[in-house]
Design a protein around this ligand. Structure first.
Ligand SMILES: Cc1cc2nc3c(=O)[nH]c(=O)nc-3n(C[C@H](O)[C@H](O)[C@H](O)COP(=O)(O)OP(=O)(O)OC[C@H]3O[C@@H](n4cnc5c(N)ncnc54)[C@H](O)[C@@H]3O)c2cc1C
Length: 385
């Protein structure tokens, strides 16, 4: 038996669930804690690219994901009246995995939770960490329940407001507001929406991602005031005002929304942590280490990849544990930094369209270059991890 036998994973999102399932499948005694009292995360969707689907395949849940979600191999860029600018065939995937499969976040979490439980991971809900005490070859943890336990490794996949990033870095390297925000709502899927699509507007961009044969989510990205705190009862009117310039099915959807429609707003707060992502035997991954704007739909995919690579590297006990954890972050940094940079630049480019003239210039630029640009990203992210 190696020097890692008992692992604590903090956070029950895509990263933490993938890490817990992977550690447990490798025979580690694995405990996952999640601060929410239930796995009831709201049902907005996640596009999962081929690179993430391959990680889920190692957990034996690929077929379940493909059966649940909506697979697609193309994306489309339109203008705001849904006149085609570019059709892009993704250069990702193979005989086994499509370029993308999108599904509700809740369903993906439930599938990964099942994988973790079947592998033997112990799941504790409504639990956080109150204290961490590090020794050379172990970590003592006091839980919010008052219970004290000792682990060989603690992996913090605790999201954008990570307690464990703060444990490692203090208040440095926290995600900062970009000045842009994302609005989303789940709605019935019109037949014409057959994959991810973007509608370039003036002063913002909207788009759709199918999550199943029946539903999709409509999203909108635009400048929003830093710290904006919208009142729930205003969401419907704010959403309608913001999308008023768009035609086609967007107009019909806006008319069909009601005060009960579950419209969600999230500020976009990118952050890329330099490595190492660890100290001693405490390590982080997923949004705790990097948050990206959603343009490549790779945020959760990077969290899943982090989990897979962390387990592979840390259980390969050729050098001391601390060195393996540094090696993990060094291996992960280039891919995550690529997604961070590419997505961030895409955000700035699309949001710089502020007039009819800009829109015409964007149409010419996208027609000439968008597919080649996205194709280069596809090939890189489709490569080995
Ligand atoms: C608008 C938008 C659209 C997106 N679309 C996509 C997409 O299509 N595809 C994609 O791949 N990614 C997408 N992303 C990114 C994706 O949502 C994140 O990158 C992903 O959820 C990160 O997973 P994670 O496990 O690292 O963190 P999270 O999903 O945030 O999970 C962290 C978990 O830890 C728990 N937690 C936090 N603190 C503690 C604590 N102290 N103790 C115990 N538990 C704790 C939280 O409750 C949570 O359950 C999108 C993001 C946004 C904002």
């Amino acid at each position: 038996m190696g020097d890692i036998r008992r692992v604590l994973v903090v956070g029950g999102g895509v990263g933490g669930l993938t890490a817990a399932a992977t550690f447990a499948r490798r025979g580690m005694e694995t405990v996952l804690i999640e601060r929410r009292p239930a796995f009831d995360i709201p049902g907005i969707g996640l596009g999962q690219p081929a690179n993430a689907l391959r990680v889920y395949d190692t957990l034996g849940v690929l077929d379940q994901i493909l059966d649940t979600g909506f697979s697609y191999n193309e994306m489309w860029l339109f203008d705001r009246d849904r006149r085609l600018i570019v059709e892009h065939k993704f250069q990702m995937g193979d005989d086994r995995v499509p370029a993308f499969c999108a599904l509700s976040r809740l369903q993906l979490h439930e599938i990964l939770l099942g994988a973790a439980q079947r592998a033997g991971a112990e799941i504790r809900l409504g639990t956080t960490v109150s204290e961490i005490h590090e020794e050379k070859d172990r970590v003592h943890v006091v839980f919010s329940t008052g219970k004290r336990e000792t682990f060989d490794l603690v992996a913090g996949f605790d999201g954008i407001r990570s307690q464990f990033r703060q444990h490692l870095y203090g208040t440095a390297f926290v995600p900062r507001p970009s000045g842009y925000g994302a609005w989303r709502v789940q709605v019935p899927r019109p037949d014409c929406v057959r994959g991810m699509e973007f509608l370039q507007g003036i002063g913002g961009k909207t788009g759709a991602m199918p999550l199943s044969n029946d539903v999709m989510y409509l999203f909108h990205i635009r400048p929003e005031a830093v710290g904006a705190n919208f009142a729930g009862q205003d969401y419907l009117q704010l959403f309608r005002d913001r999308l008023a310039q768009y035609g086609s099915y967007v107009r019909e959807i806006l008319a069909s929304l009601t005060a009960d429609s579950d419209i969600v707003y999230s500020p976009i707060e990118p952050m890329m942590l330099p490595w190492p992502w660890s100290r001693g035997r405490v390590v982080i991954g997923g949004d705790a280490a990097h948050t990206v704007s959603p343009h490549l739909t790779q945020g959760a995919a990077m969290a899943a990849e982090d989990a897979y690579v962390l387990v592979r590297e840390v259980l390969n006990d050729d050098v001391p544990v601390e060195d393996r954890l540094v090696r993990y972050a060094m291996k992960r940094y280039p891919r995550c930094a690529f997604v961070y940079t590419f997505s961030g630049q895409w955000l700035l480019d699309e949001q710089s369209v502020r007039s009819e003239e800009d829109l015409e210039a964007a149409r010419i630029e996208l027609t000439a270059n968008a597919s080649a640009r996205i194709g280069a990203s596809d090939r890189l992210l489709d490569g080995p991890i």
